[in-house]
Design a protein around this ligand. Structure first.
Ligand code: ASP
Length: 341
């Protein structure tokens, strides 16, 4: 079974941290005022940040960095996003991505199939169309017209194995019926169970040498989701938001609950009011918990934010969310604080 499917709380990323020569640290992270900084979700963020740093470290623009950074993850067949990821419950990999720059330009694609780099298609939507969002076959048609290759419709070996296992006991849930309405049901895929959490997103935000902010977010969404389901990741204001005066934020976890509170936008607005990135992320998490009440124990959501001073912070519902930071002379994984430990 893929290690990308299951994040095993702190012990797993502790060992990864050791392989890069630094231990994951917890708690508040000081600002990186003196230069560029990039942060991204999960252990895969270490590699993604290195991709972004190729640009940031040479004085390049944050927008170029956040595209290049998450492309590393999209291209990886061993991680959590892109064409190697878990399919929907009908066996198709459908991808969502968005990108936003320092001028509030933004682009997004959703329910996109057979295209390796959805984040780059999102950027083309931003730069070459009068629209913000393209979905499904229209997004694919646009991608092909822009010269992207239509990849083979085939699951990676690990995704095929995961899908076959899921089919054995899934009963093709969630079943669509009136009783189920408003309830995520017992088979909601992004669940927190015994310290493990399925996750399939990389979100990244960065500040460049000029102090400008940009962000990107790309995902295959929940594994084994209903066909046609979109989460927060391609939705500007939910999975990602950038305001060059206040800060930038990205989200991961159960997208439905991020959308409910316009999560990333909320965090950025709280930073504008003076809260630190960590405090802003915490407030947004608390808002979700107030809405979900006791059901909050069954879901995971995490926010990751960067403010205009170069300070970074995160907060999650459950323990086990890590994020990667890269700045001049700094490369590390950080364990986010959480409501439930
Ligand atoms: N936020 C993603 C979604 O709901 C899933 C994840 O981050 O794991 O599609």
């Amino acid at each position: 079974m893929l290690n990308r499917r299951k994040f095993i709380a702190l012990s797993a990323f502790g060992s990864l941290a050791a392989t890069i020569g630094r231990r994951a640290s917890a708690g508040h992270v000081a600002g990186f005022r003196k230069g560029p900084v990039v942060i991204s979700t999960w252990d895969a963020g270490i590699q993604a940040n290195r991709g972004a740093w190729e640009i940031l470290g040479k004085g390049g623009r944050a927008l170029d960095a956040v595209e290049a950074g998450v492309m590393v993850t999209e291209a990886s067949q061993n991680c959590c996003v892109g064409l190697g990821a878990n399919p929907d419950r009908d066996g198709f990999v459908t991808l969502d991505a968005c990108i936003m720059d320092e001028f509030a330009n933004c682009g997004s694609v959703a329910f996109l199939e057979r295209i390796k780099h959805p984040v780059s298609v999102a950027r083309r939507v931003m730069e070459k169309t009068p629209h913000v969002m393209l979905v499904g076959s229209g997004a694919q048609q646009f991608a092909i017209a822009e010269g992207f290759t239509l990849e083979e419709q085939k699951l990676s070996p690990s995704a095929q194995e995961a899908y076959d296992n899921w089919l054995k006991k899934s009963e093709y849930k969630p079943v669509i019926n009136i009783e189920n309405k408003g309830d995520h049901g017992p088979s909601a895929p992004v669940r927190f169970e015994s310290g493990e959490w399925n996750h399939d997103t990389i979100g990244m935000v960065a500040m460049d040498i000029k102090g400008n902010l940009s962000g990107s977010c790309t995902t295959s969404g929940m594994g084994f989701k209903m066909r046609g389901r979109l989460g927060d990741s391609p939705i500007i204001g939910a999975g990602l938001f950038v305001d060059n005066e206040a800060g930038a934020c990205t989200a991961t976890g159960q997208g439905e609950d991020v959308i409910r509170v316009a999560g990333s936008h909320t965090v950025v607005e709280l930073m504008r009011q003076g809260l630190s990135p960590e405090a802003a992320c915490k407030k947004a998490v608390e808002r979700i918990i107030r809405i979900k009440k006791e059901k909050a124990k069954d879901i995971q959501v995490a926010f990751l934010a960067l403010n205009k001073k170069g300070e970074v912070g995160a907060f999650a519902i459950h323990k086990g969310f890590s994020y990667a930071i890269k700045a001049e002379g700094v490369e590390k994984l950080v364990a986010a604080k959480s409501i439930f430990s």
